[in-house]
Design a protein around this ligand. Structure first.
Ligand SMILES: [Zn+2]
Length: 238
């Protein structure tokens, strides 16, 4: 008798065991569905804005400029605090800078990295009042062009504050970060947008070229970088 009961109990246990297994599968599927719905309906940053893979690189074209090389000293600041916080690694920082700067070899312009700082300051006004934001940083840390690396930029890939000689590139973007960096440097050096998708100044392409006219403009402005007009502030798009 005891054995019989015992075996029945065992059967019952097995049944309830498979019942729980089935429920577990259902619950898991339901959770996966909920998670994917949140994912799809969530901010588009999570779907289309991505970090630039390290295997993507830019090979510079031979410069048609026979004249002297123009070297611009730059400072690089990585926002490490607040809502614009960047998660870039040292490798990613070097990758964006080296590839982005290489675009300007075409104009025989190079960039001298004077400093790379991790920045722990209040960045709430980074986009809304950039000149005020810049006041938090000691003047002796700033250079002719100041490059800020941020996590995001309110849906923009990059921003150029042309009158302030400051620019920003986001971690999560819809292009290549080094192309965005070169595009924003182009704005700082006086370029507007181009209608040619192969141009670095075209909006929303992966173009990295500079026209002969653009080369002349950036070279002229690179040389005049000391005479700044601090009044003009432009916010950029993509
Ligand atoms: Zn632009």
């Amino acid at each position: 008798m005891d054995n019989e009961y015992f075996s029945k109990d065992e059967e019952l246990e097995e049944e309830s065991g498979s019942f729980f297994k089935l429920s577990f599968v259902r619950i898991s599927l339901a959770l996966m569905l909920i998670v994917s719905l949140i994912y799809i309906s969530g901010p588009r940053e999570y779907l289309f804005f991505q970090k630039t893979p390290l295997y993507t690189t830019f090979t510079s074209l031979k410069t048609p400029v026979e004249k002297e090389e123009v070297s611009i000293p730059v400072s690089v600041f990585i926002l490490r605090e607040g809502s614009f916080k960047s998660s870039r690694t040292d490798e990613e920082i070097n990758h964006v800078l080296e590839n982005g700067f290489r675009v300007f070899r075409l104009a025989n312009i190079t960039f001298e990295k004077k400093n790379i700082f991790d920045l722990y300051v209040n960045s709430e006004n980074f986009l809304s009042n950039h000149s005020q934001f810049l006041k938090q940083i000691d003047d002796d840390k700033k250079q002719k062009i100041n490059i800020f690396l941020t996590g995001h930029l309110d849906g923009k890939n990059g921003v150029a504050f042309t009158g302030l000689n400051s620019l920003a590139v986001a971690d999560y973007i819809t292009s290549r970060d080094y192309r965005v960096l070169a595009h924003e440097i182009g704005h700082i050096l006086g370029l507007g947008h181009s209608n040619h998708p192969s141009s670095v100044m075209y909006q929303g392409s992966y173009g990295t070229k500079l026209s002969v006219t653009e080369i002349a403009t950036v070279r002229k402005n690179a040389k005049e970088l000391k005479g700044l007009n601090l009044e003009k502030i432009n916010l950029d798009d993509k």
